[in-house]
Unconditional design. Structure first.
Length: 221
């Protein structure tokens, strides 16, 4: 039994327990102070006291779960398993965190790698990507001038989701990072561990593929 993993997962699950919320009410000043800290400050505080890690978990669990669902064909159960692995891996490697790198980029990079690792071990992989709760996705994509200019008609949210599902994974992910996760080129470069020039090329090609697939769908309507 890996006691370290059990400890981290217990802390992860404890975030949602009634006892945890009661504890927060009992220590409002301390929790408010922690919530005001930057991610990087919380990393330093977690190295001093592991209990502080729960604040980072609370801050990122919803974002990362949605990210996993957006870039992969994970079931909710698989996505939650991947998310737990992300938090365990991040906790174990906090000592090696580079303070010159944004924590958000660092933990998104871990998530990206965990998704890849998970599906390398999976023989049967579903092909449909789920975008539950992404009601604003259509408007975000329409807000990009390049996409708006070249698409010949207005698309429903479902049509956008279907188009994204059919895209190459590397292109789908950069669109998600750029337009949904609102990451800049430097952050995407750090997450994917690719030069910014390569990121720019990937985004350009991703837009092109999205347009082509969307217009191809339009021909059959």
């Amino acid at each position: 039994m890996d006691l370290e993993k059990v400890s981290v997962l217990s802390a992860y699950e404890h975030v949602h327990s009634p006892a945890q919320f009661s504890m927060k009410k009992g220590m409002p000043d301390e929790n408010e102070q922690l919530e005001d800290k930057t991610d990087e400050e919380l990393v330093a505080l977690t190295l001093e006291n592991p209990d502080n890690y729960r604040v980072l978990v609370e801050r990122y669990e919803v974002k990362l779960l949605r990210y996993i669902m957006r870039i992969s064909s994970s079931t909710m159960e698989d996505a939650e398993d991947i998310l737990q692995d992300v938090f365990v891996s991040a906790y174990r490697n906090l000592n090696g965190f580079d303070p010159d790198l944004k924590f958000s980029s660092w933990i998104y990079r871990i998530t990206h790698n965990k998704v890849i690792s998970h599906y390398r071990k999976t023989t049967a992989r579903p092909k449909t990507v789920t975008y539950e709760g992404d009601n604003d996705l259509l408007n975000i994509l329409k807000g990009d001038s390049d996409l708006a200019e070249d698409l010949e008609r207005q698309y429903t949210a479902k049509e956008v989701m279907d188009t994204l599902s059919e895209m190459d994974e590397r292109y789908r992910e950069v669109l998600v990072l750029k337009f949904i996760e609102d990451k800049n080129y430097r952050e995407i470069s750090d997450i994917l561990e690719k030069p910014m020039g390569t990121v720019a090329t990937l985004i350009s090609r991703a837009k092109k593929q999205f347009k082509e697939k969307a217009e191809e769908k339009n021909k059959h309507i």
